[in-house]
Ligand binder design. Sequence first.
Ligand code: ADP
Ligand code: MG
Length: 367
Amino acid sequence: LELAYGDAQRNKRLRVLINPYGGKGYATDLYAQYAAPMFEAAGCKIDLETTTHSGHAIDLGENIDVDAYDAVVCCSGDGLPYEVLNGLAKKPNASEALTKLAITMLPCGSGNALAWNLYGTNSVSLVALAIIKGLRTPLDLASISQGNTRTLSFLSQSYGIIAESDLGTDHLRWMGAARFTYGFLVRLIAQKTYPCDVAFKVEMDQKKDIKEHYLAYKNKKPELRPVGGGDQVGKGLPPLKYGTVDDEVPSDWEKVSTDTIGNLYAGNMAIMSADVNFFPASLPGDGMMDLVMIDGTIGRMKSLSMMTAVEKGQFFDIPEVEVRKVSGYRLIPRNQGDGYISVDGERIPFSPFQVEIHQGLGTALSK
Ligand code: ADP
Ligand code: MG
C-alpha cells in the first residue's frame, strides 16, 4: 500500500470549499456522492465549508491556518481557486502560505480549467483519486497591477474577442455554454477590433524555440515541493521586479501599438475549457506566460478554421497566430468608453494593467 502512493503525501488534510452556485448548482451533491467516500477511504482529514456569497473564499483564504491543512480543494469552477489565492495573498506571510498550501479543484463549475490542466478530466471521482495521489508541484502565479491594486492570477488574462464573449454575454445565460460560441461568432462576423498599446518582456518569440523548450520541459521529471513549503517561512508576496502599471515601461521591453488586434490572450496553462487547447506550449511552472495575439482583420473563414485548430491542439502552428513567451507585459486599452478585460474568467476594470510572473509562487497537486 505504501508503494501505491509513490512520492505522494498520504492522509492529506484537506480544506474543502463548496460553491453551491458554481456551474449548474450541483457542487454539494457531486462532492457528497463522488468525492467524500474516496477521501474517507484514503484516510484524508476533511474540514468542509460551503461558501455563502461571492468573495467569501477570499476571506476564507485570508484567515486559513496554513499549518492545519495540506491543500485547499475547491468544489467549484475556476472562480473559487482565484478567490482563495487572492485571500492567501492578503496574508502578511503570503509566500509562506502559497508554498505550504496546495490549491486544487473538484470540477463542479462551468469552466473547470484547473482540473482539465492538472488531471486531464472533468470527472469528479477521477479528480478525487488524482488529489489523493496528487504530487505537490510548483505553480507559476502572476501579479496583476492595476490602479493601486495587486491581484494574483493562476490561469489567464484576456482582452478582445475572448474577454467579450466570456463576460459580455451574461444577458444570454439562458443559452448555457452556447452563449460563449454565440458571442464569439457575432463578434467574429463583425470583425471587431480592439486598439491597444502593449509592451512585453519577451523571453522567447520563435515558435521553434518555444516548441523545443516545451518538449525539454515535458520530458523532465516534475519538480516536487516539500511538505511544509520549504524556506518561505514568514515571507510576504515577492516584490514587483518590473514595478507597477504606473511606472515607466522597463527599457528592454518590446512595444507594439495596434489598431487591429482581435484577440489578446495570455495563458499559464494549456486548456481553457473542454476541448479548448488554446496554449499548447504553455507550462504552469516555467516562469513564463504564453501571450497569443491574433489580428482581427485576418478574415472570417481564417478565423473559423482557427477555432477547429484550437480543438485539435494544432493552434500553435497557424502562421497568423503570434505567440511569445513573456515574463511580464503591460496592456493599455485605447478604446473609448467601457470594455472587457478578464482575469481567470473574472471581470476587472477596463483600464491599463501590468502583469508580472512569479515562477513557482503557488503550489498545485498534479498527477
Ligand atoms: P462557474 O465556473 O460556474 O463560474 P465558479 O466556482 O467559478 O463557478 O464561481 C462563480 C462565482 O460564484 C464566483 O465569482 C464566486 O465568487 C461566486 N460565489 C461563490 N459562492 C457563492 C454563493 N454562495 N452565492 C453566490 N455566488 C457565489
Ligand atoms: Mg508558464
